[in-house]
Design a protein around this ligand. Structure first.
Ligand code: AP5
Length: 260
């Protein structure tokens, strides 16, 4: 069951863009749920980690530095994160809203978001105004099991798990047939470091959003489809005005079946 702490928005005539911030420790299922929700709500899933990993492939000085920081599980400097994010949210698919997976990750980033630092031609107001934060709660043992079994597509970044979400053909991505790989930062020692950084830097954001009455708590230990359904239903009743264009509740199960 989730604990819902949210202030219902006023009924607007025009649907306002929504910003869904997905929070939780490494391996909580942020990417998995963001991707399912993006499909259900028809708004883009913006994974800061994936964007940074894409930049880290570059052989430039920045790319090499980025690779090193991410392999060690360290946070990347704000200037780079904000630059990458601002570029992405200025793309046309963000008009109706977006799902932010991996941002904010510090109180400072949360404040920057609330202060409207991330400006986009699509948002008259600042991005923090119509925001819901989701928190996926999971135990440390679960995290270790999930990250040790995670595999990602080397080309499109689709995520799999050796047990809970295996690919149709062993070692190959269902979407493009590319090789599946282990993320550099999923090695045991780095996972522990990432968990430590999460507790120090990111966990305090939860009370920040709870105080603003925009936090939705979800039990992330459940099967993926149960979490997605619970999130979708809760969001639909909270943000019904903003969710014009989202799939109807009737179609949720069939969409989940297609995606899992
Ligand atoms: P990022 O890529 O965002 O990593 P993370 O936050 O550590 O989260 P993960 O991607 O590891 O896990 P997830 O919660 O998305 O879980 P997933 O759905 O894959 O960031 C990486 C790095 O980038 C950071 O360390 C930092 O260096 C940098 N960075 C990013 N954002 C930054 C920022 N704002 N500022 C500064 N630096 C930043 O699921 C995990 C596994 O579990 C999968 O195999 C999946 O199939 C499986 N699974 C998921 N849900 C379930 C379920 N319900 N039941 C069973 N298995 C499940």
């Amino acid at each position: 069951m989730h604990r819902l702490v949210f202030r219902l928005p006023e009924m607007d005539e025009q649907p306002a863009p929504i910003v869904i911030v997905v929070l939780g420790p490494p391996g909580a299922g942020k990417g998995t749920q963001s991707s399912l929700l993006a499909n259900l709500l028809r708004i883009p899933h913006i994974s800061i980690g994936n964007l940074l990993r894409w930049h880290a492939r570059d052989e430039s000085e920045v790319g090499v530095r980025l690779r090193g920081m991410m392999a060690l599980g360290q946070l990347v400097p704000d200037t780079l994160v904000l630059d990458v994010l601002a570029t992405r949210i200025s793309e046309p698919d963000c008009t109706r809203g977006l799902i932010l997976d991996g941002f904010p990750r510090t109180l400072k980033q949360a404040e920057l978001l609330a202060r409207g630092l991330l400006k986009s031609p699509f948002y008259a107001n600042n991005l923090g105004e119509n925001l819901v934060a989701l928190h996926l709660r999971v135990q440390q043992d679960t995290i270790v099991g999930r990250l040790s079994g995670r595999r990602i597509c080397s080309r499109c970044s689709a995520t799999y798990h050796l047990e809970s979400q295996p690919p149709r053909v062993t070692g190959e991505c269902d979407f493009d047939g590319s090789a599946l790989t282990v993320r550099e930062d999923d090695r045991n020692a780095t996972v522990l470091k990432r968990l430590h950084i999460y507790q120090q830097e990111t966990a305090p954001i939860l009370s920040h959003y709870a105080e603003k009455a925009s936090l939705l708590e979800i039990d992330g230990e459940q099967p993926q489809e149960n979490i997605a359904q619970e999130l979708f239903m809760a969001l639909q009743s909270m943000l019904r005005v903003s969710m014009v264009g989202a799939k109807s509740a009737r179609n949720v199960q069939s969409t989940l079946d297609d995606n899992l």
